[in-house]
Design a binder for this molecule. Sequence first.
Ligand SMILES: O=CC(=O)O
Length: 314
Amino acid sequence: AVSEVADVLTPKSTSRAEFLEEAASGAFEGCIAAYRTFGSFQVTGKIDAELLETLPRSLGFICHNGAGYDQVDVQACTARGIRVSNTPTAVDDATADTAIFLLLGALRNLAVGMTALRAGEWRGLVPPALGHDPQGKVLGILGMGGIGRNMAKKALAFGMKIRYHNRTRLEPSVEKELEAEHVGFEELLAESDVLSLNLPLNHNTRHLISRQEFAKMKKGIVIVNTARGAIIDEAALVEALESGQVSSAGLDVYEQEPHVHPGLLSNPRVLLIPHMGTWTVETETKMEEWAISNVRMAIEEGQLRSIVPDQRDM
Ligand SMILES: O=CC(=O)O
């Protein structure tokens, strides 16, 4: 435990305003490393220049418990000499499992049936349209990191054809093992029966999928998102679902969590879960252990086990 090697302080604030005041009052004086949960975003909001300004100069490390670290302004941290870590790989299995669940559920129109059943209408007054089998369908994976590759492996077992787009191409041996074909972004949009987003949110990927992109997709495509809501322009997704351009979607993440676009909530063709991609005993334990190992290393060795990619040369 961290308490073996350092004194542990726990913030008491319940809102951003309180946190800024607590920090400015010197409550964290002398702190070297901060451990941060994904959920703490609901209290503090984004860790940005304004928030960093209130933290003591002694703070050299922010250890985020999560793979995606879009809630931390890494540039602002770099400017203050603060190094940031995340928890890559720990999330891969659970997130890919969630993506496969959403993929199958969305392909099969399961949300329509599930909603009708709970409303006491069995399959509904109008039964759900027949679903589709994954076998032989093209799965387009946008972002082929740890989660994307894990998902590809699992989707192969369902007989899907894997295409992917990524900034850097996989090693040929990995492409071969995953039977994954690298294609351009436009090709991925045009050829996928199911499109899964498995890439981080940053200023390059915000609203990467919007009206123009939906227009280039196959009519009736299924969208799966376990990455970050804001990679998709949510309003454009609602329109694409309404027009039938997108036949169904399986979503774990939303643009303004915990707010969900009413057009998604009211559309039974959307299978929705409230950001539970890593919500398992095993994976949450792995992530916490990983994040805490970063804290320990920061305190004991002055470095991080998994510094975020944007700071690799720091
Ligand atoms: O959303 C969860 C994560 O980024 O690990």
